[in-house]
Design a protein around this ligand. Structure first.
Ligand code: HPA
Length: 269
């Protein structure tokens, strides 16, 4: 495991940004636009922050945008690191460690996912009520730093009830459900989709859970919202072919509404 120093990363950010946000936002596929709405912004490319990797996934810009949104200081990660890109779990989650070390205590995470719940449709937004970690890895594996959090973190109530309620207050048509994270990068086989649905998951995606595990480890408040970009039913006769292009298009179209939800929640914090 490469040792990454949150102190050096925080110092690099502080040298470029005067704000001290308590709110952090991680933007998933198609949500880059929200970062453009941040005012009075310092935009720090990831390669300028020691310990950050380069973001290679489509629809992910790769910069930390620090400034004002809805009258609050915010730190917006425009682009995230995915396990499927080949990064180590600790590299994927390092930005969350850095945000917390810098003073962020509330984390809003967005992503794109495939809908497993047959009542969902492409374009729906789902507040995550819980998750299943089916990635086959855990960023908390390895020596535990007891100053940051416990060896065996409690995961009950990880997705903060109060924040979920705020999101529903902002947008009455939000879905809610369980997100199962897979490693990717391939989309699931029909048999895998049926299995994941049998697990009790409502949506499947390739991100978010590592960041949330680390955020939870450090006692952060977490809100996660997923754009259902396609219906991944695995049901014979209803099988769609999922493409990255279609996922991005739906995510981009739903982006405006998701941005409004995130802004509405931030305004109420
Ligand atoms: N599966 C996994 N990840 C995804 C999907 C999907 O169907 N859609 C968007 N991200």
């Amino acid at each position: 495991m490469t040792e990454r120093d949150t102190g050096a990363a925080v110092a690099a950010i502080r040298a470029r940004a005067a704000h001290s946000p308590s709110i952090g936002v991680i933007l998933g596929s198609g949500l880059g636009r929200l970062a453009e709405e941040v005012r009075d912004a310092a935009r720090i490319p990831y390669p300028d922050i020691p310990g950050f990797e380069k973001s290679t996934a489509p629809g992910h810009a790769g910069e930390l945008v620090v400034g004002r949104l809805e009258g609050k200081d915010v730190a917006v990660m425009s682009g995230r690191f995915h396990y499927y890109e080949g990064y180590e779990p600790q590299a994927v989650t390092f930005p969350v460690r850095v945000l917390r070390a810098w003073g962020v205590t509330t984390l809003v995470v967005t992503n794109a996912s495939g809908g497993l719940n047959p009542a969902f449709k492409a374009g729906d937004l789902m507040v995550m009520s819980d998750h299943i970690n089916f990635m086959g890895m855990n960023p908390l594996r390895g020596p535990n730093d007891d100053r940051l959090g416990p060896r065996f973190p409690d995961m009950v109530g990880t997705y903060t009830e109060e924040l979920r309620a705020l999101a529903h207050e902002v947008d009455r048509d939000l879905r809610e459900g369980v997100y199962v994270a897979v490693a990717g990068p391939n989309f699931e086989t029909p048999a895998e989709l049926r299995m994941l649905r049998g697990f009790g998951a409502d949506a499947v995606g390739m991100s978010t859970v590592p960041e949330v595990l680390v955020a939870r480890h450090m006692g952060m408040r977490v809100l996660a919202i997923s754009t259902i970009t396609d219906m991944a039913t695995g049901i014979p006769g209803q099988i769609e072919h999922v493409t990255a292009e279609a996922v991005l298009e739906v995510a981009n179209n739903a982006g405006r509404r998701l941005a409004d939800v995130v802004k509405g929640v931030i305004a109420r914090l």
